[in-house]
Ligand binder design. Structure first.
Ligand SMILES: Cc1ncc(COP(=O)(O)O)c(C=O)c1O
Length: 447
């Protein structure tokens, strides 16, 4: 198979797509479609690749997994065994991380609810504050924690203490991502504190009694250029140096965030993670010496790189529409299933016909779902083999921000998820039913 996206998990056996040693057409028959399928081996090898690259060069290295990318608890069980911790974006993800027994938890909310801040305080090892206001809000909640209203129920009880280990998420004034909407820093980003305010933020935190500090950036997602991470590290450490000098803080860790990219298009090159590690660590050593920063732990928190290319989405062709201004193929998956394909207008997921892998490509067609929105075009102008009803179309690289972003518009229940390993498949999330979807609707009152 020539397509460069087809790594070791993929095989073409007599025209049928196998994934993780499992026949995908049989998977579609057994579990129905749309179906998210993940290969455990691939997830493990993605984790190992990151660890090898960084840890072989710098011993004090911690790899956290960003739960938001894919949150199935059975997958988290697997990931928790191989990583050093989890990054949680809400109190609910903190609970998932606890349940999976990740060795440590960092909490990185933005515009967080009070409930999430308090959960971060009580249950996370590190809180990454997205704003000075969030820090002040939490300190006020702590100050008032002996009183009852208006404090939410979840924080009634014994007096709370200031957080032990924190960072502020710094917006360096620039960012990069695979698309405009994937950039998390710069002047148009809602995330982080302005780098000009960093000294003040850490001063406030020190005066408030916080004792252990790190510094943090998460500036964009799906970056394929290794030199970008070096640039982020340089900027982060320049700011750390300034804070060290002006506030006297010795940083115990630096967190350069996630954002390691994966190729989605066959012509994109993989991120050279060895190069990323080499450049980041060179910069870390250089700047640590320049600013007398000691030997801080280096943290990363990738999501996409760990699970993105370890997942595929199986869908079934429902209708081929030729009598229209453009040729369309309708599958049972739509923008509700694969939101990122329409959230980022240039997002791309490569498509294979799993049941006829050796068929020649036909004319260009746009692949759509059955959602009542004209944005419901999950792959535009693709040269797939001439489709017919019942064909199994497979979308690649859907392990990250696939299921976790899916939603139930048009009253379409959420999809099932399957884990494959060594030729065996295990259902890890059942397909939602209408009854599940409506379970919180209050029953009709008797007349
Ligand atoms: C705070 C934070 N950390 C980590 C990640 C993971 O990013 P990625 O999946 O690009 O590695 C994200 C993604 O949105 C994030 O917001």
């Amino acid at each position: 198979m020539k397509n460069s996206l087809l790594h070791d998990s993929f095989e073409n056996r007599d025209g049928i797509l196998y994934f993780g040693g499992v026949n995908t057409v049989e998977l579609a028959e057994k579990f129905g479609t749309p179906l998210f399928v993940y290969d455990q081996e691939r997830i493990q090898s993605n984790i190992n690749r990151v660890r090898r690259a960084f840890q072989s060069r710098y011993n004090e290295f911690l790899m956290l997994y960003a739960i938001k990318a894919m949150n199935n608890s059975r997958m988290l069980d697997v990931i928790a065994q191989k990583t050093d911790g989890a990054d949680a974006s809400r109190s609910t993800e903190i609970e998932l991380a606890q349940d999976a027994e990740f060795p440590m938890i960092s909490y990185s909310g933005n515009f967080a609810t009070n409930e999430s801040l308090i959960s971060g305080l009580k249950n996370a090892d590190i809180i990454n504050f997205d704003s000075i206001e969030a820090f002040q809000r939490l300190m006020n909640l702590i100050k008032n924690s002996k009183s009852s209203p208006p404090i939410p129920n979840s924080i009634k009880g014994p007096k709370l203490s200031p957080p032990k280990r924190i960072t502020f998420r710094i917006n360096p004034g620039f960012g990069q991502g695979s698309f405009e909407n994937n950039v998390f820093a710069g002047h148009d980003a809602k995330f982080g504190i302005r780098h000009e305010d960093a000294v003040d933020a850490y001063k406030q935190a020190k005066e408030a009694g916080v004792e252990h500090f790190g510094i943090y950036m998460m500036t964009g997602s799906c970056v394929l250029d290794p030199s970008y991470f070096e640039k982020v590290t340089e900027k982060l450490l320049d700011i750390a140096g300034k804070i060290r000098k002006e506030v006297g803080i010795q940083f115990e860790w630096i967190n350069i965030g996630g954002g390691f990219g994966i190729p989605y298009r066959p012509d994109e090159k993989s991120l050279d993670i060895e190069k990323v590690a080499e450049k980041v660590i060179e910069m870390l050593r250089k700047k640590a010496e320049e600013y007398d920063l000691g030997h801080p732990t280096l943290m990363v928190e990738p999501g996409r790189y760990i699970v993105g290319d370890a997942g595929i989405l199986l869908t079934t062709v429902q209708e081929v529409k030729n009598l229209s201004y453009q040729p369309y193929v309708g599958t049972d998956a739509g923008m509700n299933t694969l939101l990122r394909s329409v959230l980022y207008p240039t997002a791309y997921h490569d498509v294979l016909m799993a049941n006829r892998m050796n068929a020649k490509p036909g004319k260009k067609r746009t692949i759509v779902g059955g959602i009542c929105e004209n944005t419901d075009k999950i792959a535009r102008n693709r040269k797939i083999p001439t489709p017919k009803e019942g064909d199994i179309l497979t979308f690649l690289c859907t392990g990250a921000y696939g299921f976790s972003m899916s939603f139930g518009f048009n009253t379409i229940p959420l999809d099932a998820e399957v884990l494959v390993r060594d030729g065996k498949a295990k259902l890890i999330r059942k397909r939602q039913t209408l009854k599940n979807m409506m379970s919180n609707v209050v029953p009709r009152e008797n007349p």
